[in-house]
Design a protein around this ligand. Sequence first.
Ligand code: HEM
Length: 419
Amino acid sequence: MHDKPPVSPEPELFTWEFASDPYPAYAWLREHAPVTKRRLPSGVEAWLVTRYADARQALADQRLSKNPAHHDEPAHAKGKTGIPGERKAELMTHLLNIDPPDHTRLRRLVSKAFTPRRVAEFESRVQELTDQLIDGFAERGEADLIHEFAFPLPIYAICDMLGVPREDQDDFRDWAGMMIRHGGGPRGGVARSVKKMRGYLAELIHRKRESLADEGDDDLISGLIRASDHGEHLTENEAAAMAFILLFAGFETTVNLIGNGTYALLDHPEQRQLLQRSLAAGDTALLATGLEELLRYDGPVELATWRFATEALRIGGQDIAAGDPVLVVLAAADRDPARFADPDRLDLARRDNQHLGYGHGIHYCLGAPLARLEGQTALATLLRRLPDLQLAVAPEELRWRGGLIMRGLRTLPVRFTPA
Ligand code: HEM
């Protein structure tokens, strides 16, 4: 007689323990319930897609809409779901909440302004910002790398790129800080911060539009205003929504890329040493493959943003009804042993690494080149300037933010020889 091996008990999702290490629970789901409907902490029920092949297919499936109007939400839950876009602010009509043909038009327009060349020209500025931030704590021998490094770097970088004057950038830092601290929590402060940001961006765009002809500014907002497609321009509202999504999509993600990435390196001393040695030898190949591996291994975006079935369809053999929300679990897909050899191992030299950390399909991360630049510069400079960097607390003491979409640390206390 063959006894089936006992199935390990179903893990609880969205608890404290889950937030600090969701990977065992995702492994269980991938194996026993790869496409499964779960009640989220907000009370909304959504399908979670955890296998790589299903995830990749779902991300590219145009029958899954990004427009929250397709959500068949029970009347009693109206307005309580926290699904972005339900608050019908103009700023929410952005790339991540719209479908073709609007998405195609707006993405084409923004791609004309947000070019790899513009990002490459920004390299020395990102290096300068990185060094300035490290200067701020290098002599102290200790720091919280989230608050003093990972958090300010992307906000100043994106503000510079958008063309927000330096003297106004600390306001952005405060508004963004409110959003990251309370995202998914109390709404009042966040709503106020979003409102202030909206007011500021609207005015800045208006000002830049007025002065465009005589100044010829080369910042991204001016580029957005100038960009045209078959004679079509972005309206001021569309430009404001675009600037907002660039800030919003490019901020907490980068904080977490630097935070999760640094932590993963500190937690894998021999991988970190390999990287440090290759950087010291002037070789950046391992830095490039390594950053992709850090995205796969413990990326900033745990779940892709909301999608809604516009018709009845099947994912991984599972029937999904029209109107149902679908969440693609990137963190689960990127550890799928059916796709990645030895997926729980951090291997900075991994080559066959088509991870989904930046998404896939038409909503593939627009900011990936900027994210790579910031991530590579931040990690390489930290390791070069603070070579004996180490955690100042036990890994179990680190606290992770419990948000649904993003995965990142609240703090990252470190020690090093003062430099
Ligand atoms: C979209 C990840 C940085 C701008 C996405 C998506 C992912 C992602 C997974 C697709 C979401 C979905 O399909 O539901 C990341 C990661 C980053 C990063 C891991 C690491 C730092 C940035 C930066 C910017 C940016 C720096 C811009 C400054 C965007 C925009 C979209 C997007 C505008 C929407 C694209 C569209 O809908 O067409 N990102 N992102 N991201 N990202 Fe990023």
